[in-house]
Design a protein around this ligand. Structure first.
Ligand code: ATP
Ligand code: MG
Length: 215
């Protein structure tokens, strides 16, 4: 019986906030491994701004390569159509019935998980490990945790993990690239090199809009 962290995300692109969160929770919960699972086509985000799944997956692979606890799975990227976390967890449960899964999530996910598809089927297959950033939001998160436990799952299915306040996001990274600002130390070096080689994120919507018009 292993204890596995599941780190879902768009990773458009992966950044140090993701990596530190995964390592922090791995350490805090003494996990045996953390599996990064980039989303396929996300139904919550504007797909025009998002690089193809294979490209986001490749950047995750480059980023986590030297951490022996980290792995990257292509199950969502490989799946056709929309991605739902409950399906991913049910698939993992079917293949690994004995393992305990911890779904690692930032505070924003805890606050919105009610609106995800079939939250009760998420909770029936994992424990939600939600990162708390700074103690201002701790009260709010504890309230939300109680509310969710009443609504969807039993007690103990949500663990709040005190985490650092890291004001980095993929949105911020994409903006900085667009503005030709440095992203060094915000994104792993190998990922920066790949983004530069491919010219990703530096032309925003215009090119994508043209592509869409022609298709
Ligand atoms: P975007 O800006 O495009 O929304 P993001 O940086 O929020 O991207 P996601 O791929 O949406 O990245 O997030 C994946 C997971 O990582 C989520 O659970 C999110 O809460 C968490 N996360 C992202 N950035 C941070 C951060 N700086 N600190 C803690 N958790 C984070
Ligand atoms: Mg986000």
């Amino acid at each position: 019986m292993r204890r596995i962290g599941i780190m879902g995300g768009t990773f458009n692109p992966i950044h140090m906030g993701h990596m530190m969160l995964a390592e922090w929770v791995r350490d805090a919960l003494r996990l045996d491994a953390v599996w990064f699972i980039p989303t396929g086509s996300s139904y919550m985000k504007d797909s025009r701004e998002i690089l193809p799944g294979r490209e986001r997956l490749h950047m995750v692979e480059l980023a986590i390569r030297d951490n022996p606890f980290f792995e990257c799975l292509d199950m969502e990227v490989a799946r056709e159509g929309r991605t739902y976390s409950y399906e991913t967890l049910e698939q993992l449960r079917a293949v690994y019935p004995k393992d305990i899964f911890y779904f690692i999530a930032g505070a924003d996910c805890l606050l919105t998980i009610d609106s995800w598809k079939n939250p009760e089927r998420i909770f029936s297959n994992c424990i939600l490990a939600a990162a708390v950033r700074g103690d201002v939001s701790l009260k709010e998160m504890e309230k939300k945790k109680r509310e969710l436990e009443q609504k969807f799952c039993s007690q103990g299915k949500i663990q709040l993990i005190p985490f650092l306040q890291l004001e980095v996001s993929s949105t911020e990274i994409r903006q900085r690239i667009l503005q030709k600002r440095s992203i060094r130390y915000l994104v792993p070096d190998r990922v920066i090199a790949y983004i530069e080689e491919k010219g990703y994120y530096c032309e925003k919507d215009e090119s994508v809009e043209k592509d869409q018009e022609s298709s």
